[in-house]
Design a protein around this ligand. Structure first.
Ligand SMILES: *[C@@H]1O[C@H](CO)[C@@H](O)[C@H](O)[C@H]1NC(C)=O
Ligand SMILES: *[C@@H]1O[C@H](CO)[C@@H](O)[C@H](O)[C@H]1NC(C)=O
Ligand SMILES: *[C@@H]1O[C@H](CO)[C@@H](O)[C@H](O)[C@H]1NC(C)=O
Ligand SMILES: *[C@@H]1O[C@H](CO)[C@@H](O)[C@H](O)[C@H]1NC(C)=O
Ligand SMILES: *[C@@H]1O[C@H](CO)[C@@H](O)[C@H](O)[C@H]1NC(C)=O
Ligand SMILES: *[C@@H]1O[C@H](CO)[C@@H](O)[C@H](O)[C@H]1NC(C)=O
Ligand SMILES: *[C@@H]1O[C@H](CO)[C@@H](O)[C@H](O)[C@H]1NC(C)=O
Ligand SMILES: *[C@@H]1O[C@H](CO)[C@@H](O)[C@H](O)[C@H]1NC(C)=O
Ligand SMILES: *[C@@H]1O[C@H](CO)[C@@H](O)[C@H](O)[C@H]1NC(C)=O
Ligand SMILES: *[C@@H]1O[C@H](CO)[C@@H](O)[C@H](O)[C@H]1NC(C)=O
Ligand SMILES: *[C@@H]1O[C@H](CO)[C@@H](O)[C@H](O)[C@H]1NC(C)=O
Ligand SMILES: *[C@@H]1O[C@H](CO)[C@@H](O)[C@H](O)[C@H]1NC(C)=O
Length: 785
């Protein structure tokens, strides 16, 4: 202990200064309370400002039929429909057509909600963000729609792009996940404001895009023109573009990837579908360029008999005079592009003739004819390309032939398939990434003469509905949406198979070209009242094909496919919102970063879909009591269960533990000290009285008085001279201090100077005890003390 003495002193001094520095004021979670009231919070951002007020008269409407109106599944219209390859006819029993969705049907597709928290939306809690009234159908032919009244239909008018927010953003009616893509439906509300905020979590219905991209292992490489004359030969700033074999031709698997449709909901095989598109696209390109051959049954030659390519071989997409061959080549230095049309990289390479003949009329134009760059010995044309992607022209006259557009190889469904759970919303296309410099630098400078490379991927997208658990924090100064923050967004976890959501999809006899089937969360009992296919799964791949804006009012059924269609054709469909990066360098940079590999490229499409969808729809499910509250109460659902438990935060004094280290160390040493003390007290007899004895025996004063002897004392001592163990005025004694002080303690000694002989000075009153002056002399020490 003596050894640590100095250290302890320093330590305690340090602790005294440092310990209070660790104190600070913190915000901590208080107790969780159960049923506070939630209130609506308004979005003051452009998204909220531009959103139309909710139509309190919102009525759902559903109209089916691509060319002629036909009754929808589960509605009240009655007609005899003939629709086969040759004939389409609809014979109405009554010359009226009602777009009303029967209440019974709506109830079934909402029946599954009772197994979830109040915050989960159904398909009928999704509305178009903006809407208009439809034109009244005054056509004399065909059935009279809705007794010639107008109905509400959706209207897409973009409000604000959220694309560059790398965050989960709550906006009016939605939670928009701009990190991974997806929108959650929620009409925002929050508990009463607390000074230090509150947190809670909710289960929310999300619709999320799911995209897979596959590398074709081909790139399009080009040069930025260096001179004016080169610039004249370039198209859209692309000079001497060429298709480069990065393994897409030379390493192509020689087996045709067949596909047998399995259980699409369990495994939609997105990668395989995208891979098929890449494979077919590469194989057709190869045949077009005579890199390889098709099989020929007449001559018995097998496919891939020769392969005229090697790694990194360039296949020019320019004419011998260096003029870029461009038709629909959607490549330009400062943009990223996606197209549902396959084979467009070869457009323009088929040569140019300056003579055109219409009837008898022959016109000669004032430009040089060009020979085709590639021989195309197998006659690859749009027929083949459109079997993978979309048809070139939507021919309005041959509208019946649209039914059998063969763009099914990648999408996995066509307009002639049935609207059921198997045929899911999907879109397929070629993604040309944002150009990346060939010299490996990340520079965005399009220097003259610099070489650039564009990767070519084929992508396949679908859309899923799922339930996610969202944690919120509300810490607003106002009752507006800026105070609401999404803390975390996780897939809802289910302990067993049974509480997983039961999704129902109409099992209809209707073709997909005529309309999309209804889907929703259903309950086991109610699902049997309609002809439904059900699946118990964490998520549902949404069924359907190409929804149409401004036709019917079933946003939950249509918006996912409309947004997907817009995302894949954003150059024409998004009303001026440019997702190519051409008008936004930050976006270009983001796309450049993401288009480096197929996995991250998929995210580009997911984000574009999310941005479009966020501008298109809102969720109306709210925890705040609203006009329908009365009806809700009639449903006998207890009010208390409608809001989630909320944790409120309060201010507390808190402590940074690191600052407590010196104090804790001191404490440990003190405890050690006391422990050893107690040990000695208990087991070594170091009781207070023993200690007192030792102290008294070693006290300098007592030592002196004891050895000076006491002349006035008669009792002899056996030890050595002058020792007087007991009595008033004792020297070396155990007398209590008070007594000793008044006795022997009064004596005065002078030490040092003339050796050990010294007179004890007289002290007034001393005489009372002994009355003598004592002479202190060195004492012989016979016993060796
Ligand atoms: C709702 O319907 C009522 C009665 O039909 C009508 O007076 C009212 O204007 C409608 N509200 C809206 C917002 O259209
Ligand atoms: C189409 O339906 C009509 C009327 O039922 C029938 O006459 C015709 O043969 C059918 N065509 C085909 C190709 O099935
Ligand atoms: C035909 O219309 C009348 C009047 O609108 C209605 O009462 C009747 O139920 C309708 N019949 C059918 C088969 O829809
Ligand atoms: C259809 O509209 C007319 C005129 O607006 C009205 O007289 C008639 O009652 C309506 N019919 C139905 C079935 O609502
Ligand atoms: C391109 O290469 C990747 C990786 O080697 C491979 O997974 C993919 O299937 C290839 N693409 C084609 C179309 O063969
Ligand atoms: C080529 O494709 C076939 C069918 O898709 C597959 O079975 C085979 O494993 C593939 N070969 C290679 C080398 O990837
Ligand atoms: C295509 O290539 C093969 C093999 O190199 C060659 O024999 C054939 O003549 C070529 N066909 C054309 C039309 O150039
Ligand atoms: C098969 O080869 C024969 C003879 O070369 C040719 O006339 C025919 O067009 C070829 N067929 C196909 C489908 O290429
Ligand atoms: C085309 O460009 C290449 C490389 O820049 C050059 O060598 C060649 O002379 C050019 N040809 C013509 C016809 O301009
Ligand atoms: C085409 O030529 C034929 C004979 O050369 C002539 O009879 C006919 O009127 C011409 N048609 C037109 C549209 O000029
Ligand atoms: C494409 O080629 C096929 C024969 O391979 C031909 O029947 C068809 O008419 C061609 N289509 C176009 C649009 O040229
Ligand atoms: C859905 O329709 C397709 C035909 O388009 C059919 O092959 C499939 O079996 C149907 N799915 C169900 C669940 O009935």
């Amino acid at each position: 202990m003596s050894f640590f003495e100095t250290f302890m002193l320093v330590l305690i001094a340090v602790a005294a200064v440092v310990t209070p520095l660790g104190l600070y004021e913190g915000i901590v979670a208080g107790p969780t309370s159960t049923a506070p009231a939630f209130h609506y919070i308004k979005d003051m951002s452009p998204m909220g400002y531009g959103t139309a007020p909710r139509d309190t008269n919102n009525t759902w409407s559903r109209l089916c039929g691509a060319f002629l109106l036909i009754p929808c599944p589960n509605d009240n219209n009655a007609a005899t429909v003939v629709d086969n390859l040759t004939t389409i006819s609809v014979d109405y029993q009554n010359d009226t057509y009602s777009s009303e969705v029967p209440k019974k049907v709506i109830d079934v597709f909402q029946s599954g909600l009772k197994n979830f928290n109040e915050s989960v939306s159904s398909v009928f809690d999704i509305q178009f963000r903006n809407y208009v009234g439809s034109e009244v159908d005054d056509n004399e032919e065909g059935p009279i729609i809705d007794n010639r009244t107008s109905r509400t239909v959706g209207n897409y008018q973009p409000l604000s792009s959220l694309l560059l927010n790398d965050a989960i953003v709550p906006v009016e009616g939605l939670i928009v996940d701009m990190k991974n893509g997806g929108i959650g439906f929620r009409n925002h509300s929050a508990p009463t404001r607390k000074p230090y905020g509150s947190t809670w979590s909710e289960d929310i219905l999300f619709v999320v895009p799911d995209t897979v991209c596959v590398d074709t292992n081909l790139t399009i490489d080009f040069v930025i023109p260096r001179t004016k004359s080169e610039g004249l030969k370039a198209r859209s700033g692309v000079y001497r573009p060429s298709l480069t074999d990065r393994g897409g031709f030379i390493n192509l698997n020689k087996t045709y990837p067949r596909w047998i449709v399995g259980d699409v909901q369990q495994n939609p095989e997105l990668w395989y579908r995208a891979y098929r598109a890449a494979w077919l696209s590469n194989a057709y390109s190869m045949a077009y360029m005579n890199v390889t051959n098709f099989a020929n049954e007449t001559t018995g030659v097998k496919a891939f008999a020769y392969l005229n390519s090697e790694m990194n071989k360039n296949f020019p997409l320019y004419y011998p005079d260096n003029e870029t061959a461009t038709g629909g080549l959607s490549i330009s230095p400062q943009m990223f592009s996606i197209s549902t049309i396959f084979g467009s990289h070869l457009d323009g390479t088929e040569g140019l003739s300056n003579i055109s003949t219409v009837g008898n009329q022959t016109t000669e134009y004032d430009f040089e004819s060009k020979l085709p760059i590639y021989p195309n010995p197998f006659g690859v044309n749009s027929t083949q390309w459109s079997s993978i992607g979309e048809h070139w022209v939507y021919d309005i006259i041959n509208i019946l032939s649209l039914i059998h557009i063969p763009d099914t190889l990648c999408r996995g469904q066509g307009g002639g398939d049935l609207a059921n759970i198997t045929n899911i919303v999907s879109k397929c296309g070629v993604l040309n990434g944002a150009p990346i410099r060939n010299d490996g630098s990340t520079s965005l400078m399009f220097d003259p003469g610099s070489e650039w490379s564009v990767s070519m991927y084929t992508c396949m997208s679908t859309v899923q509905a799922t339930i996610k658990t969202v944690s919120f924090r509300f810490n607003g100064t106002n009752d507006d949406l800026t105070g609401l923050e999404v803390v975390s967004l996780l897939d809802k976890t289910y302990p067993t198979e049974d509480p997983k959501p039961l999704w129902g999809v109409e099992n209809s006899e209707m073709y997909l070209k005529d309309g999309n089937p209804l889907w929703g969360l259903v309950s086991e009992e109610r699902s049997e009242s309609l002809n439904l296919s059900t699946v118990r799964k964490a998520s549902l791949y949404l069924p359907g094909r190409d929804g149409v804006m401004g036709w019917q009012n079933l946003p939950g059924v249509d918006f996912a496919s409309i947004a997907l269609d817009m995302a894949y054709n954003f150059a024409f469909t998004t009303k001026g919102v440019d997702y190519s990066g051409q008008s936004n360098l930050a976006m270009f940079r983001k796309w450049q970063e993401l288009s480096k590999n197929p996995a991250t490229s998929a995210k580009i499409l997911n984000l574009i879909w999310t941005d479009i969808a966020a501008n298109m729809v809102v969720g109306t499910k709210s925890l705040a009591p609203h006009e329908n509250a009365k009806r809700k109460r009639d449903d006998a659902t207890g009010d208390a269960s409608t809001t989630p438990p909320v944790t409120n935060y309060t201010r507390r004094v808190k402590y940074h533990n690191a600052y407590g280290i010196p104090a804790f160390l001191a404490l440990v040493l003190i405890v050690a000290c006391f422990t050893s003390l107690i040990y000695f007290v208990l087991f070594s007899g170091a009781t207070p009285s023993t200690m007192r004895t030792f102290l008294q025996h070693t006290s300098a004063g007592r030592l002196l008085t004891s050895h000076a002897g006491n002349a006035g004392h008669a009792q002899p001592h056996t030890g050595y001279d002058g020792y007087t163990p007991r009595g008033e005025g004792d020297g070396y004694s155990d007398t209590p201090t008070k007594v000793w002080l008044k006795g022997a303690g009064q004596r005065r000694f002078t030490l040092g100077g003339e050796g050990w002989t010294k007179n004890v000075q007289d002290v007034p009153g001393y005489d009372r005890k002994g009355g003598a002056t004592a002479t202190y002399a060195p004492v012989p020490n016979p016993q060796g003390y």
